[in-house]
Design a protein around this ligand. Structure first.
Ligand SMILES: *[C@@H]1O[C@H](CO)[C@@H](O)[C@H](O)[C@H]1NC(C)=O
Ligand SMILES: *[C@@H]1O[C@H](CO)[C@@H](O)[C@H](O)[C@H]1NC(C)=O
Ligand SMILES: *[C@@H]1O[C@H](CO)[C@@H](O)[C@H](O)[C@H]1NC(C)=O
Ligand SMILES: *[C@@H]1O[C@H](CO)[C@@H](O)[C@H](O)[C@H]1NC(C)=O
Ligand SMILES: *[C@@H]1O[C@H](CO)[C@@H](O)[C@H](O)[C@H]1NC(C)=O
Ligand SMILES: *[C@@H]1O[C@H](CO)[C@@H](O)[C@H](O)[C@H]1NC(C)=O
Length: 856
């Protein structure tokens, strides 16, 4: 095929010769509402058909033997077209000239074209059965077609050529051929089902006359007609109306799309298949496949598409009897029924991106998005671009349908915002204004989008404590809010969490830290413990929240026992991080802790040891000691060390009345030694009993008493005003003097160091004391008996006075400490501690036989 083509300036118009037809492509016209005005009846009559492809471009199919072709010897066919493109409101009408010459010289005896709007049959005139063989040549010269006879189911219908042309039939005479053309739906055509396939039949006889001679040419075409959404196309390949004998050979079968033949590889790639069975050529075409296209329709506000494709079959057969060849070409325009294509807005929004993303589809290629209506305004496409909505068109893969995508930032004024309950709800109402370009039909689609964004809430921590533990509750923040938890100076690890009995329930986690845990800091007062919790961002390490829980440590650091033992627990303070507790000592540096580790030192000592000092206060005794680093260790420290020294003062109060103990601790700076200055008072009484029953006593007023020599004197010494059963009164020394002064001479010892004077001829007799109505605590009493005597060197006085004195010791019976307190008469030489008082009694020797005593 030798083709020449001309295209005008603006539109891309190309003509193509495709065997016995030519095709003119006019494009691209997609964006503009462009229509080519071709009168349908002229098209059908003259061999034109016009279609648009999936991009809206026009395809004009033109039979080479069309009414307007310039035919040179049935080999070169030139067709000139004037295309009038109707512009839209913005453009003016444009006129294009197209002319194309196609060469075609392989004419079969009969050529049939089935297009969607016409059937064409072209017969070689020389091959027509002639009235007589010898007139064969002369037919070319002078025969003229006069009448056309249509064969219909109702019978023969003859018609003059002129009348037939007026009814829309095309009749052409070329040098060698007769061309008949019928619109697809013409009154003289009829439906016939051939092997189950509906076909339109056009069957004629054309009468040629020349003077008295007449001849006729039969011409028939059978074309499949489109049937809804049939996408399996059955074409019978034995079409009786077109064959004179029944026997013929099918030589070639070609398949094509839009008039263009495809080879096997292309067909497979496009998933087309053509198969031949006993009766049919079966063509299978996938709906939506390449080569076809969709068209939009609006019916009752709903969106539909129909799929269109135009397969072509070209067959070549020979009739056995005549050896005549028939080339048969069918364009089968398939349009499916309307397929509902519900519009769908797919919300692809990822709230974190702060932008609505959506996809609207699916549409045929002939739909344009014109504008978007928001509650407050209507935006055209340029407006939307200016607002950054980024509207794009995408061809959907393997469906030949397209979608629109767009984005609307949450910050755009068209987006509504509502906040509350920890979330922000973004919503967008929009109505898409759409237009079907070819038909200028408007339609719209409403959509509503909503995105809920959790407000970013940081994690938080709270806590408290009881007598034993710190309790910490951490509340997670918004999902995805990462944080790390630091307990004291350590990061919370899974193993530490397990150690602290961590529990987790999806929104919170909690853990329990004992007071004794190493992550707990002891504040300087050492009775307050503090737990620090820090939540921080793991990437930036920036602090999110800090919590310090401080509670008084209720456990006893110092204990005071009634037996005079003190214990003290010295804890390492956070302010003295380098302290080694094992190096701590009491005031006496030789008294170290009984046990210690890196966090504490534990001391046990008695109040009378380790440098403990004692103070007397009203009704209480205060024992104090201190825990610190020994001086030699302090000396070793660098002088620039800022570390405060460790100094813990410990004290015990002993209530004198009740022996209850109170313990407290104070921490003071090093202070001057306390000057001890105290005075005790004990009331002790010594009396003379009337007899050894010790039930009645001499009255004070009766002194001095008169006694005879060797008359027994029953003495009793009592500690008054003490209810303490644990103390005892012991007699250390007792002696007699002549004078009132206890140190005067002469003197006679009665009891020495608790024991009777061994030199005494009439030794002191001790009487035991038993509990009775008067005696509550026998240990508070001592009783002894002596015999009245007189000093030998006494003058011959009518009356000699005798004074008796005693030193007494008050002992702690639980802590006797030996000496007098260890028991009467145990170790005569040992001196003892104890309060001492003396009592003087006068003994009056009257006439040598009367002794008078009185209290001094
Ligand atoms: C529509 O026609 C106008 C005027 O001829 C032209 O400027 C414009 O580019 C056309 N649009 C498309 C999509 O072809
Ligand atoms: C599109 O084609 C691919 C590959 O041929 C196939 O896997 C996919 O299922 C097709 N999608 C649809 C919607 O037909
Ligand atoms: C929006 O586009 C639609 C479809 O073309 C049209 O019918 C409607 O009038 C347009 N609205 C405005 C306000 O321009
Ligand atoms: C998790 O524990 C916390 C604290 O006990 C409680 O307030 C919260 O309701 C619990 N959450 C769930 C989902 O059980
Ligand atoms: C003092 O009493 C405490 C507590 O009862 C006891 O542990 C300690 O051994 C006693 N000390 C002496 C020296 O008896
Ligand atoms: C201790 O004795 C004094 C003097 O007898 C008295 O005033 C005080 O109330 C007593 N204290 C107690 C706690 O019994």
């Amino acid at each position: 095929c030798i083709c020449s083509s001309f295209s005008s300036l603006n539109a891309d118009i190309r003509a193509k010769c495709l065997g016995n037809i030519m095709r003119v492509d006019v494009g691209p016209l997609g964006g503009n509402n462009t229509a080519i005005v071709v009168t349908p009846s002229i098209a059908a009559q003259c061999g034109f058909s016009m279609k648009s492809d999936s991009f809206g471009n026009a395809l004009i199919y033109i039979s080479l033997q069309n009414c307007f072709a310039q035919n040179v010897d049935d080999e070169l066919f030139t067709t000139a077209l004037q295309l009038r493109l109707q512009g839209n409101q913005f453009s003016q009408e444009e006129v294009y000239q197209v002319a194309e010459t196609c060469q075609y010289d392989v004419w079969a005896s009969r050529e049939v074209i089935c297009d969607y709007n016409y059937m064409e049959v072209s017969e070689l005139r020389s091959s027509c059965p002639l009235v007589s063989d010898m007139q064969k040549r002369s037919m070319d010269a002078g025969f003229k077609a006069t009448t056309i006879v249509f064969f219909t189911p109702e019978g023969k219908k003859p018609m003059s050529l002129l009348a037939a042309q007026q009814r829309g039939y095309g009749i052409g005479n070329t040098p060698t051929r007769l061309v008949l053309r019928s619109p697809m739906i013409a009154p003289e055509t009829f439906m016939q089902t051939i092997m189950g396939v509906p076909m339109r039949i056009f069957k004629t006889s054309t009468i040629f006359e020349k003077k008295w001679l007449a001849t006729q040419i039969d011409a028939a075409a059978a074309c499949p007609i489109q049937e809804g959404n049939t996408i399996t196309w059955y074409l019978p390949w034995q079409m009786d109306p077109m064959t004179s004998s029944g026997q013929f050979n099918l030589l070639e079968v070609h398949f094509g799309i839009n008039g263009q033949k495809l080879d096997a590889v292309e067909m497979q790639a496009r998933e087309y298949s053509v198969a031949l069975n006993d009766f049919y050529i079966v063509t299978e075409l996938p709906i939506g496949g390449v080569g076809g296209y969709y068209e939009s329709h609006i019916q009752g506000d709903l969106y539909y598409v129909s799929y269109m494709i135009e397969p072509m079959l070209e067959l070549l057969w020979t009739e056995d009897a005549t050896h005549e060849q028939t080339r048969y070409k069918v364009f089968f325009h398939i349009t499916t029924h309307l397929l509902p294509q519900p519009l769908e807005l797919i919300d692809n929004t990822v709230p974190g991106e702060k932008m609505f993303r959506m996809t609207l589809g699916h549409f045929a290629a002939d739909v344009a998005l014109m504008n978007i209506t928001f509650p407050a305004e209507v935006l055209s496409m340029p407006d939307c671009s200016a607002r950054g909505f980024n509207i794009l068109e995408h061809m959907s893969p393997n469906t030949s349908l397209k979608v629109f995508t767009l984005q609307v930032p949450f910050a755009d004024p068209a987006v509504l915002q509502q906040t509350g309950e920890g979330v922000t709800v973004y919503s967008l109402h929009l109505t898409f204004g759409l237009l079907i370009l070819d038909q200028l039909v408007s339609f719209s689609h409403k959509a509503y989008l909503e995105a809920v964004v959790q407000d970013i809430v940081p994690p938080s921590v709270s806590g408290g404590c009881d007598n034993h533990n710190f309790y910490v509750l951490v509340k997670y923040g918004s999902p995805g809010y990462n944080f790390q938890t630091m307990v004291g100076k350590r990061y919370m690890t899974p193993s530490l969490a397990q150690h602290y009995d961590s529990m987790e329930n999806g929104t919170h986690f909690s853990f329990v830290v004992p007071f004794s845990a190493p992550d707990v800091a002891i504040e300087a007062s050492s009775t307050r413990s503090r737990l620090d919790i820090v939540l921080s961002n793991p990437e930036t390490n920036s602090q999110i929240q800090e919590l310090s829980v401080a509670c008084n440590f209720p456990s006893t650091l110092t204990e005071c026992f009634p037996n005079g033992t003190m214990t003290a627990l010295a804890l390492k303070l956070e302010s003295v991080p380098l302290l080694n507790p094992s190096q701590l000592t009491l005031a006496d540096p030789s008294c170290g802790p009984v046990h210690s580790d890196d966090r504490y030192a534990f001391f046990v000592f008695t109040v009378n040891s380790c440098g403990t000092t004692r103070k007397f206060m009203t009704n209480v005794m205060l024992y104090e000691n201190e825990i610190s680093l020994p001086d030699e260790l302090l000396m070793k420290k660098s002088p620039t060390s800022e570390e405060p020294e460790y100094y813990l003062k410990i004290s015990c109060f002993y209530d004198i009345n009740t022996s209850q103990t109170v313990a407290f601790n104070t921490r003071l700076r090093r202070s001057e030694p306390y000057a001890e200055n105290s005075k005790g008072q004990l009331q002790v009484v010594m009396r003379l009993a009337l007899d050894d029953s010790y039930s009645a006593f001499q009255n004070y007023e009766e002194y001095p008493l008169a006694k005879y020599l060797q008359q027994p004197l029953y003495f009793e010494v009592e500690l008054l005003k003490s209810a303490n059963p644990l103390i005892s009164l012991e007699l250390e020394n007792c002696w007699a003097t002549q004078g009132k002064d206890r140190t005067s001479q002469p003197r006679w010892d009665l009891i020495i160091n608790g024991c009777p004077n061994p030199a005494d001829p009439y030794q002191v007799v001790f009487h035991p004391v038993w509990t009775d109505a008067r005696v509550g605590y026998p240990s508070h009493f001592k009783r002894f008996e002596i015999q009245t005597f007189a000093f030998a060197d006494g003058k011959d006085d009518m009356s000699t006075k005798l004074f008796v004195h005693c030193d007494i010791v008050i002992c702690d019976s639980k802590n006797p400490l030996g000496g007098i307190c260890g028991g009467q008469c145990s170790n005569p030489k040992q001196t003892t501690k104890g309060e001492m008082d003396d009592f003087s009694f006068g003994v009056l020797q009257h006439s040598g036989d009367l002794i008078c005593l009185r209290k001094d």
